[in-house]
Design a protein around this ligand. Structure first.
Ligand SMILES: Nc1ncnc2c1ncn2[C@@H]1O[C@H](COP(=O)(O)OP(=O)(O)O)[C@@H](O)[C@H]1O
Ligand SMILES: [Mg+2]
Length: 290
């Protein structure tokens, strides 16, 4: 499902003294099957933008197209139910939304709510649980007896059991330790690859944006400031730093090395592997000249 935002504006509590413009003139195009990272300061409009993807919020101006669904300010929410099945949103701390007495019931809740039979929902719960890397015996446990990391995986399994085409992740690794973070990011990368899931990730980790995304969208003060491949986005270091955003450590290290050695490193250096390859190339070049 291709996704297009056209001149989207969102004002919270419009026409009231408390009105707050969170988005304006957002134009964006996301091709089906891509992995997009959205970065930007707190308050730049990332979460507001995400909630337009399945009609939880509707634009106050402009329109959002998700596949054949067109969402604009006049559309009634009830027509959006099929869209909510197609676009699964994993909110921050999704484990806070677990509530059933067993893991199985929790995972089945969404599919059953969308009209799937109980038998089919249970089948999907098993599949989803293995997709998130949890063993089947967890199904009969209470979600509240699991560890924090496991609870988060159960909540994600509940979204996957709806068999969405698009998965939207709002800072999904917040609060996890480094290993838990890496495991979860690798899991999303695998799902993206194996299920061709269009993946839209909001993250504060520039390393994750650089490593996993095909495209990066930089949000600034309620609108899209820039889009491009990780290579394009992190090439323009100075303007990102000027906005007060981080850049991957490896990109900073590359710049420092280049300044010290007076030589350009012929590698994008978005990941540690690329930086090591770049340094090797640099030494090979230096040796050649000696
Ligand atoms: N429910 C809401 N009511 C009023 N204003 C809101 C609401 N949610 C967010 N905002 C405001 O909208 C702007 C964008 O917020 P948000 O989309 O949450 O940004 P981000 O996810 O990038 O931190 C901020 O100024 C925020 O204060
Ligand atoms: Mg947010």
């Amino acid at each position: 499902m291709d996704i297009v935002f056209e001149q989207v504006e969102h004002i919270y509590q419009a026409n009231s003294p408390f009105s707050q413009r969170a988005l304006y003139d957002v134009n964006l195009s996301i091709k089906s099957g891509t992995y997009v990272a959205i970065i930007g300061h707190t308050g730049s409009g990332k979460s507001t933008l995400l909630q337009h993807l399945n009609g939880l919020l509707q634009p106050t101006k402009g329109m959002v197209c998700v596949g054949d669904y067109v969402i604009h300010s006049a559309k009634q929410a009830k027509q959006l139910k099929p869209l909510r099945q197609k676009v699964g949103i994993v909110f921050q701390f999704p484990e806070h939304q677990l509530f059933e007495e067993t893991v199985e019931k929790d995972i089945c809740f969404g599919p059953i709510n969308f009209g799937v039979s109980e038998e089919e929902a249970k089948r999907r719960a098993k599949v989803a649980l293995s997709l998130v890397g949890l063993p089947e015996e967890v199904l009969n446990k209470s979600p509240f007896d699991l560890s924090g990391g496991q609870m988060r995986r159960v909540a994600i399994a509940g979204i996957l059991a709806m068999e969405p085409d698009v998965i939207v992740l709002d800072e999904p690794t917040a609060g996890l330790d480094p290993k838990g973070r890496k495991d979860l990011m690798e899991m999303f990368a695998r799902l993206h690859r194996e299920k061709q899931l269009t993946t839209i990730l909001v993250t504060h980790s520039m390393e994750d944006a650089a490593k996993y995304a095909d495209y990066i969208v930089v949000m600034h003060k309620g609108t899209v400031w820039k889009t491009g491949t990780p290579q394009q986005i992190f090439h323009d270091l100075d303007s990102l730093l000027h906005l007060g955003l981080d850049v991957p450590e490896t990109v900073l290290l590359k710049r420092r090395l280049e300044e010290k050695m007076g030589q350009e490193i012929p590698s994008p250096c978005l990941t540690m592997e690329q930086l090591i390859a770049g340094i090797k190339q640099l030494f090979a070049k230096v040796n050649e000249h000696e």
